[in-house]
Design a binder for this molecule. Structure first.
Ligand code: HEM
Length: 222
């Protein structure tokens, strides 16, 4: 049975404008984060390279989003990674984390400026201390799409991210990206892990900021 309504056009009428109050398992991600001891294993010509990296992540609450009756609350994110040895960007990534309260669906869209995008999915509920998302090359719903060169040289077959919170101000991730490297018999596990500490608080979504400014400038009725 298809789990979707017959009416695909009508949007929900009673949408709470407050994203931070409706992010479910993503609630604790909102804000700014930093870490200096991330570890990356990436593919190089001679042997896998292991590098320690510096990571900064911003998660900003966006206004509620609807696809007809489907309602998402979410965060826009930007990851910027450098290393102690070099200031040049080591890894860069943008996208959205979304949560659908009605079904518990968690989505991550990710775009990497080497010509690669993915849409990963998982499940979770408010209060969860851990959750996992996956994307698989060739899937039309939760898949991975890469440039012709990456398809030839570093075919990205799957992506998995596991997230675990440690209280309100720390969380860790582990990412496993499976690559088929041209000319190599064995798949390569491009592995990343890090523990991030909070350096900035969550801020309300744009609509809530507008509503707060309006409430301030409207004089109270006598
Ligand atoms: C913390 C996260 C990550 C870091 C620090 C990182 C870092 C790196 C580095 C340093 C390389 C080698 C680049 C080169 O030699 O030119 C690399 C290669 C690659 N990464 Fe990542 N990466 C991360 C996450 C990801 C994710 C999530 C994906 C895909 C879903 C991905 C896909 C690839 C691919 C396809 C390559 C091979 C292409 C190439 O070397 O030109 N990476 N990564």
């Amino acid at each position: 049975m298809i789990p979707f309504p017959h009416d695909i056009f009508t949007e929900p009428a009673d949408v709470d404008p407050d994203t931070l109050a409706n992010l479910g398992p993503l609630t604790r991600l909102a804000g700014r984060w930093e870490a200096h001891k991330g570890v990356d294993i990436n593919p190089k010509a001679d042997a896998p390279e292991r590098r320690v990296f510096i990571e900064r992540i911003a998660f900003d609450a966006i206004d509620p989003q609807t696809n007809g009756p489907q309602l998402f609350y979410g965060l826009r994110y930007h990851i910027h990674i450098t290393t102690k040895e070099e200031d040049i960007t080591f890894h860069e990534q943008v996208g959205y984390w979304l949560w659908e309260p009605a079904t518990g669906l968690i989505l991550q869209t990710l775009a990497i400026p080497r010509g690669q995008v993915a849409l990963a999915s998982g499940q979770g509920k408010a209060g969860d201390d851990r959750f996992s998302l996956t994307a698989t090359r060739g899937e039309t719903q939760y898949g991975i799409c890469s440039t012709a060169f990456l398809e030839y040289g570093f075919r990205t077959d799957s992506y998995r991210i596991d997230i675990a919170f440690d209280g309100e101000d720390a969380w860790s991730y582990e990412i496993r990206t499976m690559l088929a490297v041209h000319g190599r018999a064995e798949p390569f596990e491009h592995h990343d892990q890090n523990t991030l500490k909070r350096v900035g608080p969550a801020k309300p979504n744009p609509l809530m900021q507008i509503m707060a400014r309006r409430a301030k400038s409207t004089p109270a009725k006598p």
